[in-house]
Design a protein around this ligand. Structure first.
Ligand SMILES: [Zn+2]
Length: 122
């Protein structure tokens, strides 16, 4: 591997690390301000999504279900999101955005299996 390429890869990794930190910070802020300034929380989500897309990183599992895929609202279960568990046709979580009505489904058994697989291979 050439030195240049090595440096570029290191820069990429660093960029992604910084992006992940920014996404984490923005969602944490969104959670903090949501109660009294929901519009600001939504703004933080927009910025976090822009950071995530630009750096081409995955949305952290922790925050993946905390915003609407359609209108990008910050979602708080029991406030502006309805969360239900369904077992058919496969075990999944249904999250409904109460701002725009968009429904998101997240299978949870498969995720657990994947996590287990990943942990055992590490
Ligand atoms: Zn929505």
């Amino acid at each position: 591997m050439s030195k240049k390429k090595f440096i570029r890869q290191r820069e990429q990794r660093e960029k992604k690390r910084v992006a992940r930190e920014r996404v984490e910070r923005l969602f944490t802020l969104a959670e903090r301000v949501y109660a009294y300034e929901p519009a600001l929380a939504n703004r933080y989500v927009e910025i976090a999504l822009a950071v995530q897309q630009k750096a081409k990183i995955r949305m952290p599992r922790k925050w993946k279900r905390r915003y609407c895929r359609k209108c990008h609202s910050f979602l708080v279960p029991g406030k502006n999101a309805a969360v239900r568990l369904r077992s058919k046709p496969y075990p999944h979580v249904v999250v409904k955005c109460l701002n725009c009505g968009h429904i998101m489904r997240y299978p949870y058994l498969r995720e657990q299996k994947e996590r287990r697989k990943r942990q055992s291979s590490e």
